[in-house]
Design a protein around this ligand. Structure first.
Ligand code: ADP
Ligand code: MG
Ligand code: ZN
Length: 506
């Protein structure tokens, strides 16, 4: 009997070249649906945001949503695409209970935006930032389907369920599909590149204000295509398409686990079948789903109920001129303003602290102070408690207020950390925590002088040394004063006062 030894990740990337491709669906944040006037807000009672058009009742006619077309063009422009001067919607025919018309209005061979790119940054094996240009095949507009709920079973899956219910609130919500070209040549970095791409795309979409891009609520969904071919081969391998990838971390894990799985199949002399697979959040691996339909199964044809789309070039030019600063440019501008090296900026990015620091600076802190708190105390705290930095419990405004108290001499560094603990624990703004806990630096000279005199009286030998000119010995007295004031004195002021009381100059 022979044992099959599964290849390690390093072996996989030594022997095979991974190619990835990402299909991302984003629900647009328009007020109304794609082809009717129903509202699009998330979380309503099932089947309360529906009308004859999005329920696909006979005799209804769709009318395209101008705001959705505008948002799609803006996405295309932000992704460096060409915008079609003329294009059409297409019918994609298939039966599924969550799609009441029995077809989905989509775009097929005439998408609105084609042939663009998005540059993403990943940290390479050497620790250097590498730029990877991801080609964008097309950006098209379609309508979302409803949602099927399988109830009565333990898992919420169809197996074991006693009945299935359909909620059509989501049916007809404008959905943009963004498809990349195949991305070869990333080697061991393929999983990181996939994640970096979805992250960057999410940030671009957010900066455009076209969607709330929430992966956990499904307004941003991603299918991950992966294939392997032997290094040096002239043709790419057969791809699988992994669905159900609901977080950025899962994007990365899905590519990696598919690379390992495919390599194991290839090692064993098998071949990869083109299929849809489902990512398993708990185990991090993928399971087979349905085998893949081909385009002919869908019997695409131009949608006869809608007029073609022919965006006026002047309108497109206006939309282009109105694009906001895109995330990468924004980051580069901040890096320059904050005076950070690539490496320092990378650690800010990794900590997820860019926006927090930006807002802290806007609230009055210096970039250095803002970075210190967010990457120091607060990052440590977020790691310990396993929450996102933004949810750690302190706001940028509070961090700026804390630093202001330090700058005003009301808090020293040590006390500021204690105050921050109180802020994170929900005890209020820094000034409130400081007052409630009695943490303000003792600046009342009378009280401080008394504490200094006490320390001198208690340590006559040390006091004599200082009088004899051994100024360095003052440290011990400073320590005694800090102790008697529970750390609430300004050490520098204490030192000066000690020297003054002993009649020596520092
Ligand atoms: P489908 O509708 O069948 O999913 P699409 O054209 O919408 O096809 O998307 C296919 C995705 O798979 C694209 O992102 C494309 O770049 C990617 N892709 C194509 N060939 C390969 C391959 N050999 N390996 C990995 N990804 C691939
Ligand atoms: Mg697809
Ligand atoms: Zn409707």
């Amino acid at each position: 009997m022979s044992t099959i030894v599964l290849p390690s990740y390093d072996e996989v990337v030594e022997r095979y070249e991974p190619v990835i491709g990402l299909e991302t669906h984003v629900e647009l944040g328009t007020n109304t649906k794609m082809f009717c006037g129903c509202p699009t807000d998330f979380g309503g009672e099932p089947n309360t945001r529906v009308c004859p058009v999005c329920l696909g009742l006979p005799g209804t006619l769709p009318v395209a949503n101008r705001a959705a077309i505008e948002a799609t063009i803006r996405i295309g422009l932000a992704l460096n695409c060409s915008i079609a001067g003329w294009c059409r919607f297409a019918r994609k025919n298939y039966f599924y209970p969550d799609m009441p018309k029995n077809f989905q209005i989509s775009q097929y061979d005439e998408p609105l935006c084609v042939d663009g790119f998005l540059d993403v940054e990943v940290v390479g094996e050497s620790g250097e930032t590498e730029l990877v240009r991801i080609g964008i095949e097309r950006v098209h507009l379609e309508e979302d389907t409803g949602k099927t709920l399988h109830v009565g079973g333990a898992t919420g899956r169809i197996h074991g369920a006693t009945e299935s219910l359909v909620d059509y609130n989501r049916a007809g919500i404008p959905l943009v599909e963004i498809v990349t070209k195949p991305v070869p040549g990333t080697g061991a970095l393929a999983p990181a590149v996939a994640r970096a791409y979805v992250t960057e795309l999410r940030d671009v979409l957010r900066s455009l204000g076209v969607s709330d891009v929430r992966m956990e609520e499904g307004s941003l969904r991603c299918d991950v295509n992966t294939s392997l071919s032997p290094v040096g081969a002239t043709e790419w391998g057969t791809r699988t398409e992994t669905k159900n990838v609901n977080s950025l971390r899962s994007v990365e894990r899905a590519v990696r686990s598919e690379m390992l799985r495919q390599a194991a199949v290839l090692y064993g002399g098998g071949h990869i079948i083109q299929e849809t697979r489902h990512f398993q959040e708990d185990t991090g691996d993928t399971r087979p789903g349905r085998s893949k339909e081909t385009a002919t199964d869908y019997r695409y044809f131009p949608e006869p109920d809608l007029v073609p789309l022919a965006p006026d070039p002047a309108w497109v030019a206006e939309l282009k001129a109105g694009l906001p600063e895109l995330p990468r440019d924004h980051r580069r501008r901040l890096q320059e303003q904050w005076g950070l090296s690539d490496l320092d900026m990378q650690s800010v990015l990794n900590a997820g602290a860019v926006e927090l620091i930006e807002r802290t600076v806007a609230a009055g802190a210096t970039p250095a102070a803002a970075r210190k708190w967010w990457l120091g105390e607060l990052s440590r705290r977020a790691n310990e408690t396993g929450v996102e930095l933004a949810a750690v419990g302190a706001t940028p405004e509070q961090v700026a207020a804390l630093q202001r108290l330090v700058d005003e001499g009301k808090l020293n560094d040590k006390l500021a950390r204690v105050v921050l603990e109180g802020v994170v624990a929900g005890e209020g703004d820094p000034a409130e925590v400081m007052a409630a806990r009695g943490l303000e630096v003792v600046s009342d000279t009378g009280a401080l002088t008394a504490a200094v005199d006490e320390a001198i009286a208690a340590n006559p030998a040390i006091a004599d040394k200082i009088r004899d000119g051994k100024v360095a010995a003052a440290g011990a007295l400073v320590g005694a004063v800090m102790k008697s004031t529970r750390g609430q004195a300004d050490a520098k002021a204490v030192r000066e006062l000690i020297l003054a009381r002993l009649g020596v100059t520092g």
